[in-house]
Design a protein around this ligand. Structure first.
Ligand SMILES: Cc1ncc(COP(=O)(O)O)c(C=O)c1O
Length: 374
């Protein structure tokens, strides 16, 4: 079919299935290479919606510095996007998180009013549904209220956590997501697709076009062609593109949504059992609440630099033979060990193996520390 209409229609149907789960009846969207590009697209349409001349005439035509907000734990693709959109990375205001690792609403309100007083132009808030480090989900309802009050675009970076919309039982994890103006969701994260498959979706049809539409003399034109011909290049930063939707479309056609219901449920269950084990554990403690199947664990201790060193040694020991993969990261400035259940193959037995590897590593490290101080 001309202009890859079959691929475009399969992509469109896949997007509609996602939109129906949000649930949105009016929407526009496109598949991307992943969350990085989807977040870039979300910010581009937020900018174009707020400052209609910005795409054509540039940021300078706004006459003041546009700024946007996320939590300090939000993904680094926002920094990259701010630079690439010409806003400058300093346009991203990273707001501290509360003890649930969620963007702190009072601090956000204070930052918005400071920016306004200084003559800057807030245009967007990015809520994260599933932070990379902890799987924390911002309070989307509260952020939607703030956006409503200040006339700001709400983009939800649900690259990971927005997958919860495919579960009837756990959809509440991302309560309020339907109030977003745009959403990033990566089928290649919680929806178990191989790389790569990301999605940007908006409930404002036309906004993707206002950011990305161009006309080209070299695209074939067909006399009498259907005016509804789908041209993804008009709603995307991509020109040549892979058909990233096919695997997702086939998965839903073959296995159905119920398979995702089961996957989400099983992985949450595994992570919660693992967290229970940590709570009762002599060597480790939980370092953040468990929202999604990511568990942040710390070696018990008071001194931050000693705990950070111990966390690193534990991870080195556990990952040495290549049979399991966990990592060290920082959450709200504190070192944590990050354990994530992401493969649909992961079972209770794998987590029991991890528990015993963690225990052995902690015991070995404690013995070494005692030996060197004795
Ligand atoms: C919260 C979040 N947003 C965006 C991204 C970027 O996604 P991708 O790697 O698909 O470009 C990630 C990746 O880890 C992420 O965790």
């Amino acid at each position: 079919m001309a202009r890859s209409q079959l691929a475009s229609r399969i992509e469109r149907e896949s997007l509609r299935w996602i939109a129906e789960r949000v649930p949105w009846s009016t929407w526009d969207g496109t598949f991307t290479s992943g969350g990085n590009e989807a977040n870039f697209s979300g910010l581009a349409i937020a900018l174009a919606a707020h400052f209609p001349n910005a795409m054509q005439d540039g940021i300078a035509s706004i006459g003041a510095q546009p700024v946007f907000y996320s939590s300090s734990e939000a993904h680094h693709s926002l920094d990259k996007s701010a630079g690439l959109l010409g806003l400058g990375r300093s346009a991203l205001r990273r707001i501290a998180v509360n003890d649930r690792v969620q963007l702190d609403i009072a601090k956000l309100e204070a930052a918005i009013s400071q920016d306004r007083t200084a003559g800057r132009r807030p245009f967007c808030i990015v809520a994260t549904a599933g932070t990379t480090n902890s799987g924390a989900i911002d309070d989307i309802v509260a952020l939607a209220d703030v956006c409503h009050g200040h006339n700001l675009w709400l983009h939800v970076d649900g690259a990971y956590g927005a997958g919860a919309i495919f579960s009837n039982a756990h959809r509440d994890l991302v309560r309020g997501i339907e109030r977003a103006d745009s959403i990033t969701i990566d089928p290649h994260k919680w929806l178990a697709m191989p790389f790569s498959a990301g999605v940007i979706l908006t409930r404002h049809p036309g906004t993707l076009r206002s950011a990305f539409e161009v006309s080209t003399p070299y695209m074939p034109r067909f006399v009498g062609a259907d005016p509804n011909v789908l041209d993804n290049f008009k709603i995307s930063s991509q020109w040549s593109r892979r058909m990233n939707s096919l695997k997702f479309w086939l998965t839903l056609r073959v296995h159905g949504r119920a398979a995702y219901e089961e996957l989400v449920d099983r992985q949450l269950c595994l992570a919660r059992h693992f967290a229970e084990w940590v709570r009762s554990c002599e060597h480790f403690e939980l370092a953040a609440p468990v929202g999604l199947p990511i568990v942040n664990v710390r070696v018990r201790g008071e001194n931050e630099s000693e705990v950070a060193a111990a966390n690193q040694r534990v991870v080195d020991e556990v990952t040495r033979d290549g049979r399991q993969w966990i990592s060290v990261t920082n959450v709200a400035g504190r070192s944590v060990i990050r354990v994530m259940v992401i493969s649909y193959l992961t079972s209770e037995r794998n987590l029991q193996q991890l528990q015993s590897a963690l225990t052995t590593a902690a015991e070995r490290i404690t013995q070494k520390t005692l030996a060197s101080s004795g």
